[in-house]
Design a protein around this ligand. Structure first.
Ligand code: PLP
Length: 420
């Protein structure tokens, strides 16, 4: 299309918000000569600020969203072979820590429109071995936390909220990440706020907080009368350079989310009624924070479905991800081949030796997951989108949908049939 314009990207300065605020704090760190968080002040201050923004008593900064999930799972302290219910539509960083802690991911099916796990699907996966539930608020659209918490509470199972994509999204007026036992966030380059790489966990539970602080720092009991390395743990400490950037980024988060919401609402108004397209929408009691703007495409209306629409959008200058992660996580080699620790297939093998039951991941059990992935086209979203950008994207989507519209089958006149 001749009127294609270039859109801000979260991969570089066109779509990221770094400036004097970050530089001033970074300069302080460099000039102090202390780049680590153990002796520095920035990570500590960031943890205080983040906890305060989330209204939680404890926040712990770590090196990535993956590290945040790992830290959270470690605090739940599963036995080898225990099960953790999660989603097959997520970043691998939300899943590999489960295996590293010796637990087995059990996938719950998702709603084919939101691509979030449902309370019913989670309930149907609970067994005597379930040790935790991970609720992943995909694209910033909150899961049904009341439904999930009801089930979790009834079974005495802690919920970890994966909020890597869901900064400042809310459910029933509460920030997601503060509803379950632990909220885990990513500060990777493409998230609402970023330190390039980074993560943070929040909790109201002092015991979980203590464990997570220990786990992210080799489980050494700093300040204790008889400190020791109390358990198996890693170094996931964030540097004070990242802490400086994190503080400055946190101060911008409100504005980032507000701008994303404003333009996303504009987009929703522009695309309302587009045939064959379902637009992203939070439940009435929840708020979306628009990390992405996913479209669900009905292939009965849009010829070729998400693949064709995605190709048409890309050809016309709108980058997008048809089918998001392409296939459910359980179809990735790490799970199909159980390639974990050497040839052991641990923790799957451990579990099978113990009680003879097998874990099987069968796509046929995941109709919502399969249909959701097949139909979704993920549009990037950005706080720097202007009215012009939004109109350009909307126009491009509408033009592509019109071109791909499945023609209604017209009844042919008898004469036409005769010549066929
Ligand atoms: C980004 C992301 C992660 C992993 O975060 P990293 O910082 O890349 O390790 C985990 N879960 C979800 C849902 C994510 O989007």
């Amino acid at each position: 299309m001749s009127d294609a314009i270039s859109l801000p990207s979260d991969a570089d300065k066109t779509g990221r918000d770094f400036g004097e605020e970050e530089l001033t704090l970074l300069r302080e760190v460099i000039e102090s000569g202390t780049l680590n968080c153990t002796k520095g002040t920035q990570v500590n201050a960031f943890e205080r600020d983040f906890a305060a923004r989330y209204g939680m008593p404890h926040a712990r900064a770590v090196t990535s969203g993956t590290a945040a999930i790992h830290t959270a799972i470690s605090a739940i302290d599963p036995e080898p072979g225990d099960e953790i219910i999660t989603t097959a539509i997520t970043d691998m960083g939300g899943l590999s820590p489960i295996l590293y802690q010796g637990a087995i991911p059990i996938f719950a099916d998702v709603d084919p429109v939101t691509l979030n796990v449902t309370a019913d699907a989670v309930a149907s996966r609970i067994t005597s071995r379930t040790r935790a539930i991970i609720a992943t608020h995909l694209f910033s659209n909150p899961c049904d936390m009341q439904g999930i918490m009801r089930i979790a509470t009834a079974h005495g199972i802690p919920v970890i909220e994966d909020c890597a994509q869901a900064f400042l999204a809310t459910d029933h007026g509460r920030l997601v990440g503060t509803i379950g036992a632990i909220g885990a966030f990513s500060l990777q380059q493409g998230k609402h706020m970023t330190t390039g790489e980074g993560g943070v966990v929040v909790t109201a539970d002092p015991q979980l907080a203590r464990w997570m602080t220990l786990f992210s720092d080799k489980a050494w009991g700093y300040g204790d009368p008889k400190p020791d390395h109390y358990f198996l743990a890693l170094n996931y400490r964030m540097t004070d350079l990242q802490g400086a950037v994190a503080r400055a980024q946190l101060a911008k988060l409100e504005s980032v989310v507000a701008r994303r919401r404003r333009t996303a609402e504009q987009m929703t108004a522009l695309l309302a009624g587009t045939p064959g397209i379902t637009l992203p929408r939070a439940r009435p009691e929840a708020t979306h924070a628009f990390w992405k703007y996913p479209l669900i495409v009905d292939p009965a209306v849009v010829e070729g479905g998400s693949d064709a629409l995605g190709a048409a959008l890309k050809a016309n200058g709108v980058f997008c991800a048809p089918r998001y992660i392409q296939k459910p996580a359980f179809q990735c080699q790490v799970f199909t081949d159980r390639k974990t620790f050497g040839k052991s297939q641990f923790p799957y093998s451990h579990r099978e030796r113990e009680d003879g039951t097998k874990i099987v991941y069968d796509a046929a059990e995941y109709p919502g997951t399969m249909q959701g992935l097949e139909r979704v086209v993920v549009l990037p979203w950005n706080e720097r989108y202007t009215d012009e950008h939004v109109h350009f994207i909307a126009r491009t989507v509408q033009a592509a949908v019109a071109t791909l519209a499945v023609r209604p089958r017209v009844k042919r006149a008898p004469s036409a049939q005769a010549t066929a």
